[in-house]
Design a protein around this ligand. Structure first.
Ligand code: NOJ
Ligand code: CA
Length: 697
């Protein structure tokens, strides 16, 4: 009798097991089940074909195993269709439309409970673990997450290595079977900073052998470490690899806890990957009540001068310090190569004011650079101690009078612990001196020393800084912070992040033209990047005869980047004197908006080309950006997106003989009449691009 009862119970449990839902448009089918070991599994089909084969789910903690012995105790489904208005971005309204499946899992001996919440959108899947209050321990030490993504074939992968500390790499276009060789070509920072084995970072892009594009990433990373992916090329499978601290612990959790969402954006049309808002949709709505102080901006910087190779320094002196704040700077010898000085900053302010550029970033303004730059002894900066040649009160008043905002720089040298201690003082100091925006930086190994740039502690640190900044109404552009996962929806004062190999590498070997044809498919799915476009002098030998490196771009392409690399905090990175050499091309940077009401991806193929049209949030003007890799190309620009009317298009394009390598500054500007529905055939030079401003007549 007892046996029959338990057989019956087992049968009910098994019947309850398999559940499935489809996406609102029916393109995706999700199946969720529990396997013979009681491990939850899921699979995903797209247009009738498997994309993800049966893949396991679960979390391993030191205290309890959340991977086995489960049965489905209950399920729930819902359909949600709503929309929201971002403070800034690519669209003025974002539709959030999905079917939701909640699967409650229970296990006995010991008692455990785990919920997995799935959201199936027309453009992909998101799911997360929800760990309710347990009957046992409620403080859990996570050592592993076993989430699998079992693919179906030897697909193409666009990948960078799973480094715990940096993402400033060029992308490899490879396959599962080629990955091991591809990753051998990377020089990683140090052994201590690398994940062992075959590990890649997210956002990762996959192109299946039958032409489906998949972006794998995460959304709403908070209170948990970043996820890398361990790859098994033999079985085409991937498994989550949580960034640990140096004690091997990935996360210290208190129940109840919700993990970040694991995301798969998928489509057989590459343009859908670029237009997808899935990652933002999975983040919490804006937590800042009054957002009127959050203002998208263009800025210049006392910055590129230090990268060009002409010996300019962030440090005021070449002498060494006893300690910042203790050393008497009046006794140090100025090195004469320090551009963050009052006179030079005024020059930038004047130029910005004359050209309608909103802000000026100044790096190297504060005490601490002397020894850090050479990694001698200090890993501390003082965020309220300007150098003696940086007259802050005078510059504050001068900038105000000229209607330009100074942008603060907080390089922490990765001493994040010390930054937290100084944070309130630093932000108050900014407000006292009329600063509204800060660029933060974390170059080096993180202090406290058991942490990595993308471990739980640093993820928490980044959110803490953003929340404190919001308290002071400060906007943030963070460098070397954990890769973005759409938290800028919740905290729209987080205007931009670096978190990838930026334009500054043009002075350190160069970025191939394909680099900006892959970033929008990968890194940008988490949020805007401070890529620093606008480089007009692309030959490093111009500054320093000894340098032969050459930026992988034409001048016209740099203008196109303002549309293909959208960011509400967009730099015009070059020196004022270089913009003065090309005033007609600079006119585009003066005109281009940084906030959009609509975006249409017209053409796209990862690592090859992107053509996008965007509508200015504050006018009826449209802007088109088209870029190509190292191959020349003719972009097909279908103007069907234009509403009825007559328009004039001002085209900034590569000259017929332009080439990124030996003729990058050959460009032309022409104005033509265009009408809705017309198709423009726009030639792009090797490594080139075109930027078009379309105005209603
Ligand atoms: C690295 C940042 O990415 C760069 O933009 C900055 O100038 C340097 N650190 C110095 O802080
Ligand atoms: Ca950097």
């Amino acid at each position: 009798m007892k046996n029959i009862m338990s057989l019956l119970l087992l049968a009910t449990a098994m019947e309850m097991a398999a559940v499935s839902i489809t996406s609102p448009n029916g393109a995706f089918l999700l199946n969720v089940d529990v396997n013979a070991e009681g491990t939850p599994v899921y699979s995903l089909d797209y247009k009738g074909k498997p994309v993800i084969k049966s893949s396991r789910l679960g979390i391993v903690t030191k205290e309890t195993d959340f991977t086995k012995g489960f049965h489905i105790a209950g399920t729930d489904t819902a359909t949600v269709d709503r929309s929201w208005e971002p403070v800034w971005g690519e669209y003025s309204t974002v539709r959030d439309h999905f079917r939701e499946l909640t699967v409650d899992l229970k296990a006995e001996h010991p008692e455990r409970a785990l919920t997995v919440r799935f959201r199936l959108f027309d453009d992909g899947l998101g799911f997360r673990y929800e760990m309710p209050v347990q009957n046992g321990s409620n403080y859990l030490t996570v050592t592993d997450e076993i989430t699998e993504f079992n693919y179906t074939d030897n697909h193409k992968l666009y990948a960078i290595p799973g480094d715990y500390d940096t993402d400033e790499y060029l992308w490899s276009e490879t396959t599962f079977s080629g990955l091991e060789d591809a990753l051998k070509n990377y020089h990683r920072h140090s052994e201590a900073q690398r994940a062992e084995g075959l590990t890649v970072q997210t956002p990762l892009l996959i192109k299946t052998t039958d032409g489906v594009y998949i972006n794998a990433h995460e959304a709403a990373l908070d209170g948990y470490p970043a996820m890398l992916l361990d790859v098994d090329p033999a079985t085409y499978s991937m498994k989550s690899h949580l960034v640990p601290d140096r004690l091997g612990v990935s996360a210290y959790l208190q129940m109840p806890f919700n993990t970040p969402w694991r995301t798969l954006i998928a489509s057989d049309d590459a343009r859908d990957i670029l237009s997808s808002q899935l990652v933002l949709n999975l983040n919490e709505p804006c937590k800042i009540e009054d957002t009127s102080w959050i203002k998208p901006m263009k800025f210049m910087g006392v910055w590129w001068e230090m990268f060009t190779g002409n010996q300019k320094t962030w440090a005021y002196s070449d002498d060494h310090l006893a300690k910042p704040g203790v050393t008497d700077y009046s006794k140090l010898t100025p090195n004469g190569r320090h551009p963050a000085n009052t006179e030079n900053v005024k020059r930038y302010i004047d130029f910005a004011a004359a050209n309608g550029i909103d802000g000026v970033l100044v790096e190297g303004w504060n005490e601490g650079w002397e020894d850090w730059a050479s990694y001698r002894k200090n890993r501390q900066f003082l965020f309220d101690k300007p150098y003696p040649d940086f007259d802050l009160p005078a510059l504050r008043d001068y900038a105000k009078e000229k209607g330009v905002k100074l942008i603060m720089h907080h390089e922490t040298a990765a001493n994040a612990a010390d930054y937290e201690l100084q944070l309130d003082r630093a932000f108050q100091f900014m407000k006292d001196n009329n600063y509204d925006a800060v660029k933060t930086g974390y170059v080096g190994a993180i202090i406290p020393r058991s942490e990595h740039h993308t471990s739980q502690w640093m993820v928490d640190h980044a959110r803490h800084v953003i929340e404190r900044a919001a308290d002071y109404q400060i906007m943030v552009d963070s460098h070397e912070a954990p890769r973005p996962t759409g938290l800028c929806r919740t905290y729209p004062n987080w205007l931009a992040q670096e978190s990838a190999r930026g334009g500054e590498f043009e002075s350190m070997g160069g970025n191939p033209p394909s680099h900006t044809c892959i970033l929008p498919f990968t890194r940008l799915k988490g949020g805007p990047m401070d890529y620093t476009p606008g480089l007009f002098e692309t030959r490093m030998s111009y500054y320093n005869e000894g340098k032969d490196s050459q930026a992988g771009t034409t001048l016209a392409r740099q203008l196109a980047l303002y549309m293909t690399m959208p960011s509400p905090m967009q730099m015009a990175c070059d020196l004022p004197e270089n913009y003065e050499r090309f005033p007609d091309a600079f006119q585009f940077i003066k005109d281009v908006p940084v906030d959009w009401s609509d975006s249409r991806y017209l053409e796209a193929e990862p690592n090859r080309y992107i053509t996008v049209a965007r509508r200015d949030k504050h006018s009826d003007d449209w802007y088109v950006g088209a870029i190509t890799d190292e191959n020349a190309r003719v972009a097909e620009i279908d103007l069907s997106f234009l509403p009825d009317g007559k328009y004039e298009a001002k085209i900034y394009e590569d000259a017929p003989d332009a080439h990124w390598k030996d003729n990058p500054q050959a460009y032309r500007i022409r104005t033509v009449k265009v009408k809705p529905g017309q198709k423009l055939r726009q030639p792009l030079a090797p490594g080139g691009g075109a930027a078009i401003q379309i105005r209603k007549l």
